[in-house]
Ligand binder design. Structure first.
Ligand code: ATP
Length: 590
């Protein structure tokens, strides 16, 4: 990660340039244009006044006034043209950064998405870019240093002809004010960082109010006041932070204004005395007064730009920290093509969720042979889904290793490894796209096969009723005719999506929980045919699935306590499996 301010800026200029080739050159051009504007209004008025006090030539006066007005008009048009252009450039750059951060989030290891520290860091990165406009700010300040630098050289030259001590007076005031300005920026940065958690929490609660997936529960259990009270609590916190900030900053800003007034009194006094003593003309008075005003504004913004850049780097550093989070999954380098043996082996695997002290899985050892059908059963919270999450590399084991074909799964290229797995998680999600787009988000799809898979998953009759077939949009987010499928229908689409992927390892975690018993039976029946020649792992509380399995692993409190086939486990005395099976069968038969 870059450390020095220079390295941080370089990192960002490089990133900006990669995202938008035109942003930096246009910003520099706009800044240079600004640098030359003040000179026109300093030099020409002096010439006009001197002419008025001297020869009073109408022709020369017309030329001066003409140059002044046309020059100002041209600068104004050009400046506002660039302002508009820069507005568009900024929007475009922000959208690109948005996509860049989005890509980063999607590629991030899954476990990071639920880590509050990472979530806060992400919020800080977003805050830096959006709320503080840190990239635009950095570029603006860098170009400000350039153009104020150029302006200052010209203005110093004019002021030296008056009295170099004037420059000293301005510098003293500027450095005093810069010290205060630095304090103001420090307060702002610290308060902004303090507000990150409250901001994130506030946005979460406000988002909930329009989140369709929780809309029912909020209405049924009168969640409105709870949510709004929580949101209010966090806005109150934010208000406290920012009210204190405004008071503190207000005090400091007051002092800087007093300093500027003192500076003006000294300089105007000196200029007035010089006019009375006739050491300068009235025209020169105007020029020097304008020069002093421009010089003090320019030197202030020149010095403050450095302070600003210092501050911006603090914000940008947070962005870089987020950007530098490494994905463990991206470290795998072995090609999947090289393996022929799909034996999966968990070797003494134990696992704790991040930020948790207790183990969710303890010393799991199991071999799943190629083409084997394994059912995983157990009570709620026993660790069944967690077992799948480890196999699918959403998390890494805390201890032990998981092997595929004798090689630690972390060593395989992640994207290729994921191609081996068709998984339907119990909390699968369909997205607000068409049915077809939900199958493969990023590549060409085969419509006939999609339809075939939907039929195999028991969705055929439902599909026939859809006017737009597989082009029907799911949910109404973008289409008022979009369809809100039932839980069972959605589950069938999710299963069809897994079938379509046609991977050698198929994992179904509670795949039929929302299905009626007939659909469930049909799916398992057809599944057995469909997963022929593949390894299949089923997690289900409906023990009917175990009948289709070669092996059953019974989980309890994070360990496998029973393992065997249906008959073996049923014969075992005091077996949890037997107990669960009989209890369920009793209700079904009765
Ligand atoms: N992301 C997480 N962070 C922390 N703890 C978690 C997380 N996900 C699950 N757990 C905990 O891990 C334990 C095992 O959960 P898991 O989902 O693996 O159980 P399960 O056997 O699949 O349960 P169920 O039958 O209810 O689906 C539970 O105590 C759960 O609270």
């Amino acid at each position: 990660m870059p450390k020095s301010k220079f390295q941080i800026l370089k990192y960002f200029f490089k990133l900006t340039n990669n995202l938008s080739r035109t942003y930096i050159p246009k910003t520099v051009l706009a800044s240079l244009l600004k640098a030359f504007t003040p000179f026109l209004n300093i030099i020409i008025p002096k010439l006009i006044i001197d002419e008025l006090m001297g020869n009073q030539s109408i022709n020369i006066l017309i030329i001066y006034v003409g140059v002044l007005s046309i020059g100002n008009l041209i600068f104004k048009i050009l400046n506002s043209y660039f302002e508009k252009i820069m507005e568009l450039e900024r929007t475009d750059l922000f959208n690109k950064i948005d996509s860049y951060l989005g890509e980063k989030c999607v590629e991030m290891d899954f476990e990071n998405i639920e880590d509050p520290e990472i979530l806060d860091l992400k919020e800080r990165a977003y805050f830096a870019i959006y709320n503080m406009n840190a990239i635009g700010w950095a570029l603006e300040k860098t170009s400000q240093i350039i153009y104020e630098g150029i302006t200052l050289i010209g203005l110093s030259y004019i002021l030296i002809t008056l009295n170099p001590l004037i420059i000293l007076v301005i510098l003293i005031i500027v450095f005093l004010n810069s010290y205060i300005f630095k304090k103001i920026e420090k307060i702002r940065f610290e308060d902004n960082q303090k507000s990150i958690f409250d901001n994130r929490a506030f946005s979460y609660f406000i988002r909930l109010t329009s989140d369709f997936s929780v809309g029912k529960d909020i209405r049924l259990y009168n969640g409105k006041s709870l949510i709004l009270n929580k949101a209010r609590y966090f806005t109150d916190n934010l208000l406290k932070i920012y009210s204190k900030q405004f008071t503190d900053i207000g005090k400091y800003s007051g002092i800087t204004n007093i300093n500027i007034q003192v500076q003006m009194i000294i300089i105007y006094g000196y200029l007035a005395i010089s006019v009375i003593g006739e050491t300068i003309t009235i025209g020169s008075f105007t020029m020097y007064a304008n020069t002093v005003r421009s010089f003090s504004t320019s030197i202030m913004s020149f010095v403050n730009s450095f302070i600003d850049i210092n501050q911006i780097c603090l914000y940008l550093e947070l962005f870089i920290q987020f950007d530098s989070i490494e994905s463990k999954n991206s470290k795998g380098i072995i090609d999947i093509d090289n393996i022929e043996n799909f034996t999966i082996e968990f070797k003494n695997v134990s696992f704790k969720y991040p930020n948790k002290n207790e183990y969710t899985l303890k010393d799991i050892s199991i071999v799943i042979k190629p083409k084997e059908k394994l059912s995983i059963v157990g009570l709620n919270g026993a660790g069944k889904t967690t077992f799948i999450k480890l196999l699918s590399r959403l998390y890494e084991p805390t201890e032990g290793e998981i092997l595929l074909g004798g090689v630690d799964i972390r060593e395989y290229k992640y994207t290729e490894y994921m191609k081996l797995m068709s998984i339907v998680f119990q909390d699968f999600k369909l997205l607000s796209f068409s049915i077809k787009e939900n199958f493969l988000f990023d590549s060409e799809v085969d419509d006939t096969r999609i339809i075939q898979c939907l039929e195999e998953a028991g969705f055929g009759e439902d599909l026939d009723k859809l006017k737009n077939g597989i082009d029907t949009n799911i949910y109404k987010s973008f289409d008022k005719n979009g369809i809100e499928f039932s839980g069972g229908q959605s589950q069938k689409i999710a299963i069809a999506r897994a079938l379509y992927k046609d991977s050698p390892i198929v994992i179904l975690d509670e795949p039929t929980s929302a299905l009626d018993p007939i659909s469930e039976y049909e799916i398992y029946n057809s599944f057995n045919k469909l997963v022929e020649g593949k390894t299949a792992i089923y997690i289900s509380h409906r023990l009917s699935s175990t009948r289709f399995s070669d092996k059953i692993a019974v989980f309890k409190n994070g360990s496998i306590i029973e393992y065997g086939n249906h008959n073996e486990l049923m014969k075992k005395e005091d077996s949890l499996y037997g107990n669960m099976y009989n209890t369920q069968a009793k209700y079904y038969i009765a």
